[in-house]
Design a protein around this ligand. Structure first.
Ligand SMILES: NC(=O)c1ccc[n+]([C@@H]2O[C@H](COP(=O)([O-])OP(=O)(O)OC[C@H]3O[C@@H](n4cnc5c(N)ncnc54)[C@H](O)[C@@H]3O)[C@@H](O)[C@H]2O)c1
Length: 266
């Protein structure tokens, strides 16, 4: 597939995990890609590997003027901007009663405000060139609560609804805005979980597909939403989670039932 030939994509958090897999996917499908990340060295390494289709921009997505510069640099380098993937993010643990103001604000700035900054900078460019596609990385943690990561839950929940609001506002500009909601994915962000045997057993037990996701599996969904294959899809949250959110959260009856309930016997 060459869905992104002659198109330009900007990927934040592009040096690692889901972002890096998406950069690879966009390049494989013909795009020129700006790899933006706080980790400038990581971005450079990926760009060296992928060659002339890519360039890099070191950015803290929590800094709105740096985000403006990132979008400007992308247009200066490649001449246009067709796809913005707002993906950079961090996670932190701590229940609400333990969070400092600084902790809370950093999560909200990096995981939520960054999405607004990126869209605010990109939308005028896309509108002027006749349209574009934006994909935001939310999370299944934006759809439900988890234990011990309330700031992240709040930020990702807001990304889900911000995505819908921007989708409505900019549909007539021919700009589609969608979100991807990954479940647990094997990336450096959750290295502790990936490395923990206990966590892997839990994922096996709780996820209907029995495992964590791979970054490439999220990248495939991102590429779909960013491509013309999704031309009539906007404001959608595409859940990519091996089925973990299809259950109610009750125990797996098939695993624990001593006998099957029989409607004919009651
Ligand atoms: N891995 C998971 O299980 C999972 C699940 C759901 C959602 N997500 C989301 O996916 C996105 C990507 O995460 P990942 O799992 O690929 O993690 P990752 O740590 O592998 O990659 C995140 C990248 O973002 C960069 N980054 C962090 N803070 C930044 C900042 N302030 N400015 C610019 N770049 C910054 C990091 O340097 C890193 O390269 C995040 O938004 C995360 O919340 C991840």
């Amino acid at each position: 597939m060459n869905r992104f030939e002659n198109r330009v994509a900007l990927v934040t958090g592009g040096a690692s995990g889901i972002g890096a897999a998406s950069v690879r996917r966009f390049v494989a499908e013909g795009a020129q890609v700006m790899v933006a990340d706080l980790d400038g060295e990581g971005a450079e390494q990926l760009a060296i590997e992928l060659g002339a289709m890519t360039d890099t921009f070191q950015v803290d997505v929590a800094d709105s003027s740096a985000v403006d510069d990132m979008v400007k640099a992308t247009v200066e380098r490649f001449g246009r901007l067709d796809v913005l993937f707002n993906n950079a993010g961090i996670v932190s643990t701590g229940t609400v009663d333990s969070l400092s103001d600084e902790h809370w604000k950093r999560i909200i700035d990096v995981d939520l405000s960054s999405v607004m900054y990126g869209c605010r900078a990109a939308i005028p460019v896309m509108r002027a060139q006749g349209g574009g596609a934006i994909v935001n990385t939310a999370s299944i943690s934006g759809l439900f609560g988890d234990w011990g990561i309330p700031a992240y839950n709040a930020a990702k929940g807001a990304v889900v609804n911000l995505t819908k609001a921007m989708a409505a506002d900019h549909a007539r500009d021919n700009i589609r805005v969608n979100a991807v909601c990954p479940g647990g994915v094997e990336t450096p962000l959750v290295a502790d979980v990936v490395a923990s045997r206990r966590a892997q057993i839990e994922y096996q037990r709780l996820v209907p597909q029995g495992r964590m996701g791979k970054p490439e599996e999220i990248a495939a969904a991102v590429a779909f939403l960013a491509s013309d294959d999704a031309s009539y899809i906007t404001g959608h949250n595409l859940v990519v989670d091996g089925g973990v959110t299809v259950t109610t959260g009750q125990p797996n009856f098939t695993a624990i039932a001593e006998r099957w309930w029989d409607p004919l016997k009651n």
